[in-house]
Design a protein around this ligand. Sequence first.
Ligand SMILES: C[S@@+](CC[C@H](N)C(=O)[O-])C[C@H]1O[C@@H](n2cnc3c(N)ncnc32)[C@H](O)[C@@H]1O
Length: 266
Amino acid sequence: MDKNTLKQAVKTHWEDETCGIRYGEEIEQGRYELEPHIPSFAQFSKAKWKKVLEIGVGAGVDFLEWIRHGAHATGIDLTEAAIKHTRERLEAHNIKPHQYRLLASDAEKLPFADREFDIIYSWGVLHHTPDTTQAFKEALRVLKPGGILKAMIYHIPSWTGFLLWIQHCLLKGRPWKTSRYALFHYLESPGTKAYTLQEARILLEAVGFQNIHLETKLCAGDLLEIKPSKKYQGRVYRLIWKFYPRWFVRLLGHRFGLELLITAKK
Ligand SMILES: C[S@@+](CC[C@H](N)C(=O)[O-])C[C@H]1O[C@@H](n2cnc3c(N)ncnc32)[C@H](O)[C@@H]1O
């Protein structure tokens, strides 16, 4: 599949179901219960008066936090659906349109001037776009010198990758396929990538980021603590959810977490 066709497939996937929307009313509370490390990583409270760009706002829960904490926030997402959900969330919280900028746009081609932002934040987004390196280059371009990038991309090896490999490779009689393959084809939008710590560092250094700090985290998906999506509603899946050895996954720590948290400077 060429990059434009893949980008269209990514867009179609996320237009169909904006990330997190299946949690309904519980999305705001549920997000930080399931992912308690997000606020300390994002450091919303340090963003007062800062120019923040969030790439891939999804349903807008984190975007709301930037605004609540006094940032001059701009948000983009590839899909109109995400922009609509985010706008509705902000309206529901009485946030006025002059308090933020929100637009459908592509991380690989940001519609902003060079050196415009103090902080760029992106949670679970840049591994979905076909040219992830280009998206990081764009982030660097629009950051001010000394500005901070905070991003989460997917990590490999991870429990999530292992579970998808069992489901889509081992149990389908093709154990030679890798968990990278399973993530690429079966985790969220088509073409989803995952990076080892070393690969992420090489990518970020090549793009030109400095002071790179990387950390891996277990997420609700690794622990099967997520609300199962439509395709995981059967009896077998209910049993797997019930008997999954979460204690063992936790015992091994964050090393095999799906989330790779990046903090880096321009
Ligand atoms: C897993 S969701 C994450 C959304 C949100 N950050 C969150 O944590 O809930 C991925 C989001 O990335 C967006 N996305 C994918 N490729 C993109 C691109 N090239 N430019 C902007 N957004 C993109 C999708 O539309 C989707 O809303």
